[in-house]
Design a protein around this ligand. Structure first.
Ligand SMILES: NC(=O)c1ccc[n+]([C@@H]2O[C@H](COP(=O)([O-])OP(=O)(O)OC[C@H]3O[C@@H](n4cnc5c(N)ncnc54)[C@H](O)[C@@H]3O)[C@@H](O)[C@H]2O)c1
Length: 284
């Protein structure tokens, strides 16, 4: 149960891609700091071009259980972020139930591997349509409601290290995540006057179902020079107990620490920033 007086007490957070992985960790972390949660996920396949297993309705139900275990309320719904009207509806329903909207974590995203001149149009379009256009639809659905509520707030856009550098072998993903930097920074300037802050985070190597080791290794085996763009994560102690993960990967909970900081008042001066969540590895 949450102790009364958590740093996000009385606030409401809208989180996309919340069924599992990082999205679930963000939902549980923000709830444990006092926020009520609006959680959406597609809970099913996005496209035939995405080859790792899809999240399920049971995954989203598990997020609901974990949030409720903190003592906070949650409105969870199966929504595709490519659907603007459905996102507007869930935001409206969440505000009706919880009274306001303060925090957005635009986290839903997909990844696939392939070379620019070889991939299908569907492979390219899926990544752009979900990661870039879908995230714009999240913002489009949430921002008017945040302005209307008049409480300011914090929007956290989940980009990637691939949003800051070249990543041969998944340039469509890099293009989508670079696009999110432009979305973040322009939005930060547009909504600053309403007390709304907007920042992007840029994680690297988080242990979630999105990471397809075999697909990555197949690309690197064929094109070894691409490895220069994917520096190995230095070995590090795992911070969150009970989550052993792989030593060279970080945990969703470690990313949630950064999201919680950006969501809260401790980052009140930070807007239009790109926050690397990579233990410095991208400086290689
Ligand atoms: N895992 C990493 O190493 C890593 C690194 C950098 C950035 N990211 C980004 O972090 C975010 C979270 O990914 P994750 O690692 O937790 O992977 P994940 O696959 O476990 O989680 C992504 C979630 O988003 C949902 N989703 C995908 N498309 C959707 C859509 N159209 N509508 C609604 N929900 C949708 C999925 O169902 C899934 O539950 C993604 O944006 C990803 O690109 C991941």
């Amino acid at each position: 149960m949450t102790a009364a007086g958590g740093p996000l007490d009385g606030r409401v957070a809208f989180i996309t891609g919340a069924a599992r992985g990082q999205g679930r960790a963000h939902a549980v972390r923000l709830a444990s700091e006092g926020a009520d949660i609006i959680a959406i996920d597609i809970c099913g396949p996005v496209s035939d071009t995405i080859t790792y297993p899809a999240a399920t309705p049971e995954d989203l139900a598990e997020t609901v259980r974990a949030v409720e275990a903190t003592g906070r309320k949650v409105l969870a719904r199966e929504v595709d972020i490519r659907d603007l009207a459905a996102q507007q509806q869930v935001v409206a329903d969440g505000i009706e139930q919880f009274g306001r909207l303060d925090i957005v974590v635009a986290n839903a995203g997909v990844l696939s591997w392939g070379r620019i001149a070889e991939m299908s149009a569907e492979q390219w379009d899926t990544i752009i349509e979900v990661n870039l256009n879908g995230t714009w639809r999240t913002v489009r659905a949430a921002v008017p409601a945040m302005i209307e509520a008049g409480n300011g707030g914090s929007i956290i856009i989940v980009s990637s290290s691939a949003g800051l550098k070249a990543t041969p072998g998944n340039a469509h993903y890099a293009a989508s995540k670079h696009g999110l930097v432009a979305l973040t920074n322009s939005l930060a300037l547009e909504v600053g006057e309403y007390g709304i802050r907007v920042n992007s985070i840029h994680p690297y190597s988080i242990d979630t179902p999105m990471i397809e080791r075999e697909a990555m290794m197949a690309v690197f085996a064929k094109h070894p020079s691409y490895l220069h763009s994917f520096a190995p994560m230095p070995l590090h102690p795992v911070q969150h107990e009970g989550k052993k993960g792989l030593k060279e990967f970080m945990t969703p909970e470690e990313v949630a620490d950064v999201v919680a900081w950006l969501a809260g008042d401790g980052s009140a001066t930070i807007s239009g920033s790109q926050i690397a969540v990579d233990r410095g590895v991208m400086k290689y």
